[in-house]
Design a protein around this ligand. Structure first.
Ligand SMILES: *Cc1c(COP(=O)(O)O)cnc(C)c1O
Length: 379
């Protein structure tokens, strides 16, 4: 079976993990710091705004907490979003307000958001679908006027740039994922950007037991210098969702390979694009009319023969899927959908297929996929 996504880890990562073992400190330490700094450098943004965590989902839940969503607030979520966003808002007690997306790019547009704004709108989540940036300037302008926070789910948009600025750093907060299916993978892991540095400090405390920041590693060191060093104070309630040195070490090695990964993905993307755009029974992803760089995370096609094509490819050893199933179709969120319709999200859910795209895809596999799609007898 040709996989949809696949990690690219090997001996270099293992060697670095061996060093962590030898150091005798597996917890959060210098490897994590180096990873945070290296990540920020890759995005050309000061590293003081960045904080690592255990997953992108953790960062999404943290955003609801940091911006203090409460029952009077309305949070706008594009229907085509990752389920964690719906969960985080639901858990916060705030009201979910779904909005539609562009039917070809599956990205949310300023007009989609605008139609859902009320006096109670507090924040909007923006997802850069498949690594292609949303058109952020009109969204930022709109949200500034209405004093709405922008949170960017950049989980799959590592080193995507919108007019030269890194996705995930354009709004008030952004987050990335290093889970097992992402371009840069540490098995599990997440990173976030927080614009407000005071909030960034609060975030760090919330993710480590609520202990005051200056007190570094472990409860016992939080009252170092006291005669009874096991006593401690807490600034706030806290969880424990910090990255460890094993994860950080894998991340540092992956970061060194990232540009190579992205180049390979771009090559595959372009190959699909140029071959498949010739077929008149399907649509390839649209080109945006602003300056941007994609992380080439997804390649997707749209066709009314989607279901038949997916089955045909599966029968021939090629796994495909559709991301992301619209949240307005999920029963858990039904109560928030009563007065809305989302025709473009519905269109996307019916006709879109994501085909394999990862840096480990062999030349033969790429050719096989293209040939299968060309030979698919839809008629
Ligand atoms: C993978 C992904 C997430 C979740 O990341 P985790 O690290 O697995 O929690 C969130 N949003 C998008 C768009 C994703 O692709």
């Amino acid at each position: 079976m040709i996989n949809l996504f696949q990690p690219a880890v090997g001996k270099e990562e293992l060697d670095e993990v061996a060093k962590v073992f030898q150091s005798n400190w597996l917890g959060k330490g210098n490897y994590v710091k180096d990873f945070e700094k290296g990540f920020a450098n890759n995005l050309n943004v000061s590293s003081e705004h960045f904080l690592s965590t255990t997953s992108c989902t953790e960062a999404i839940f943290l955003s609801a907490d940091l911006f203090e969503f409460s029952s009077n607030d309305e949070i706008i979520i594009p229907s085509i979003s990752f389920p964690s966003i719906g969960s985080a808002v639901l858990s916060s007690g705030a009201k979910i307000v779904f909005c539609d997306v562009d039917k070809r790019s599956l990205n949310v547009r300023a007009d989609d958001i605008k139609s859902k704004i009320t006096n109670n709108t507090k924040a909007v989540y923006v997802t850069h679908y498949g690594g292609v940036p949303c058109d952020m300037d009109p969204i930022i302008e709109l949200c500034n006027i209405h004093n709405i926070k922008i949170i960017e789910d950049s989980a799959c948009s590592i080193k995507s740039f919108y007019k030269g600025k890194a996705c995930g750093t354009l709004g008030d907060m952004g987050m990335w994922s290093f889970d097992a299916m992402k371009t840069l993978s540490t098995a599990d892991g997440g990173m976030m950007y927080i614009k407000d540095l005071d909030k960034r400090k609060v975030a760090e405390e919330k993710l480590y037991l609520g202990l005051p920041l200056k007190q570094k590693s472990g409860i016992d060191s939080s009252t170092q210098g006291n005669s009874n060093w096991w006593e401690f104070e807490m600034n706030r309630p806290g969880r424990r969702a910090i990255m460890n040195n094993v994860t950080g070490a894998i991340g540092c090695v992956q970061l060194n390979k990232l540009n190579k990964f992205l180049q390979r993905r771009e090559y595959i993307y372009n190959k699909y694009y140029n071959e498949l755009k010739k077929l008149d029974w399907l649509e390839v992803p649209p080109m945006s009319n602003f300056e941007y760089t994609s992380s080439f995370y997804f390649f997707w096609i749209q066709t009314k023969y989607r279901d038949k094509l997916a089955r045909y490819l599966l029968d021939n050893g090629v796994y495909t899927t559709f991301r992301y199933w619209p949240l307005h179709k999920v029963n858990l969120f039904k109560e928030f959908c009563v007065d809305g319709d989302y025709p473009n999200a519905d269109f996307a859910a019916k006709y879109t297929l994501n085909i394999p795209l990862h840096q480990e895809l062999a030349e033969d596999d790429i050719q096989k996929i293209i040939t299968l799609i060309k030979e698919f007898n839809a008629f």
